[in-house]
Design a protein. Structure first.
Length: 215
């Protein structure tokens, strides 16, 4: 049987942590699609002032290699901002589309997390989760994560970055961050990581049993 899980939501809502835990629980491969945009964002920062021209950004996307996707090198505020800028470019999204769809369509299925998984990449996913939390809670989580990783940041500037990135991701023309009509919304503002994972898995267990019966 195939079980495809689509997880979307704004920055630092907990979707990455939930996606990893869900993938482990159901023994499925996981793709953090944000890393693809971050990988291109990092190249854009290093390339030139023309990096955000569609044809230039498209070439940066075409040149993306697995070795460009090291999560530890990509989790900085500057790269997050650049990722959100390249993610606005339709040509960049088109380059990444087939890879993401093939990942989702592999035997057995997969877990993908991002902004447009349930709406564009896997509209027929077996289950769609939309993970959210207040901007303040998300910024505080991101602030702690960055501090723990040795980044010298202020909470206020993390909040500003999160709010402006949300706005750009939600207002862009191509594949904006919107909740899919058939997605289950989970607000993690007042949940611990453990509780949020439990809530997600309880929704998934139900769908998994149905998927098993149908396939
Ligand atoms: O999930 P993240 O913070 O690593 O994502 C970084 C940026 O990449 C995010 O601001 C928007 C973009 N992104 C996207 O547009 N579509 C996706 N499926 C995943 C990420």
């Amino acid at each position: 049987m195939k079980f495809v899980v689509a997880i979307d939501g704004p920055a630092a809502a907990g979707k990455g942590t939930i996606a990893k835990a869900v993938a482990k629980h159901f023994n499925l491969p996981h793709l953090d699609t944000g890393l693809l945009y971050r990988g291109i964002g990092k190249k854009a920062l290093a390339y030139s002032r023309t990096s955000y021209y569609p044809e230039v950004a498209k070439q940066l996307a075409l040149d993306l290699k697995p070795s460009d996707l090291n999560p530890n090198e990509l989790r900085t505020p500057e790269i997050a901002e650049a990722a959100s800028k390249v993610a606005k470019i339709t040509e960049v999204r088109e380059v990444l589309l087939d890879f993401q769809r093939s990942f989702a369509n592999q035997d057995g299925g997969a877990v993908l997390d991002g902004r447009d998984i349930g709406t564009v990449i896997c509209p027929d996913a077996d289950i769609k989760l939309f993970i959210t939390a207040s901007a303040e809670v998300r910024s505080y989580r991101r602030y702690k994560e960055l501090k723990n990783n040795g980044h010298d940041v202020e909470l206020e500037s993390v909040l500003q970055d999160v709010v402006s990135r949300d706005k750009r991701d939600a207002e862009r023309e191509t594949s904006p961050l919107v909740i899919a009509k058939d997605a289950i919304k989970i607000d993690t503002s007042s949940l611990t990581i453990k509780d949020a994972v439990e809530v997600a898995i309880s929704y998934l267990n139900e769908k998994y049993e149905t998927a098993k019966l149908l396939k």
